[in-house]
Design a protein around this ligand. Structure first.
Ligand SMILES: Nc1ncnc2c1ncn2[C@@H]1O[C@H](COP(=O)(O)OP(=O)(O)O)[C@@H](O)[C@H]1O
Ligand SMILES: NC(=O)c1ccc[n+]([C@@H]2O[C@H](COP(=O)(O)O)[C@@H](O)[C@H]2O)c1
Length: 202
């Protein structure tokens, strides 16, 4: 990572639990950071017929095996090999100024459990909200595959807790963000942090 930052290229991550507010935050950052691309982990869910059904009867969406992480890694590597080309191909308006800074945001709910990606980043954020808030926000969402009754308590929340425990046990260092803060406050906090990180490595 250090070598990339030394050339003015930064990568960061905006992961969290489901409904922590990561898509909202990512969209705000995208508008404010130069030459900024995003890769959404949700785009790498395997097709529904490849998702295992657990002993609990639920389709196991919230486990790493439900995602094609190799494909996600290849996409990250495509950005790493040519951020400018990647940005252009993804419709990002590339600014040709002297700094030549490029930023990649990875946004997803299970990013710190996939070893090949864990150490690639200059900044790692983790948005959290309390159980009740998460459950309420989730109840207002409509996913491509709607949640069956009981999924949140029976699968989503226990998997979130399991992966978070594992992440902590593995010593993955993250900046925790309080997802109960306002959208504006979170945006300014993270924007400032990323800008400082870029300055420190320029
Ligand atoms: N800081 C916030 N405060 C209150 N509600 C928020 C905040 N950020 C996002 N939300 C709302 O929470 C829901 C989930 O947000 P979203 O950004 O899609 O979460 P995620 O991408 O983490 O699943 C949406 O209804 C969104 O408007
Ligand atoms: N995008 C999909 O195809 C799909 C299908 C079923 C469940 N989900 C849910 O998406 C969640 C992750 O996305 P968010 O972090 O945006 O909530 C997971 O908790 C998972 O249960 C997504």
């Amino acid at each position: 990572m250090e070598d990339c930052l030394a050339t003015g290229v930064a990568r960061t991550r905006c992961p969290s639990m489901t409904n922590g507010g990561k898509t909202t935050l990512t969209n705000s950052l995208l508008k404010s950071l130069p030459n900024c691309c995003v890769i959404h982990q949700d785009d790498f869910f395997k097709p529904q017929d490849q998702i295992a059904v657990g002993e609990d009867g639920f389709k196991q969406w919230d486990v790493l095996e439900s995602l094609d992480m190799e494909a996600m890694l290849s996409t990250v590597q495509a950005w790493m090999s040519s951020p400018r080309k990647f940005a252009r191909a993804h419709g990002v308006n590339v600014q040709l100024d002297a700094s030549d800074t490029h930023i990649l945001i990875l946004e997803g709910f299970l990013l710190y459990s996939y070893k090949p990606l864990v150490d690639l980043y200059s900044r790692r954020y983790f948005l959290t909200v309390p159980y009740e808030e998460c459950k309420w926000r989730r109840s207002t969402r409509r996913y491509m595959v709607p949640d069956p009754p009981g999924l949140f308590d029976g699968h989503v929340w226990p998997m979130y807790q399991k992966y978070k425990r594992e992440m902590e046990a593995n010593g993955v260092e993250v900046v925790y963000l309080d997802g109960m803060k306002s959208r504006e406050e979170l945006f300014h906090q993270v924007l400032e942090d990323i800008q400082n990180s870029l300055l420190n490595h320029s």
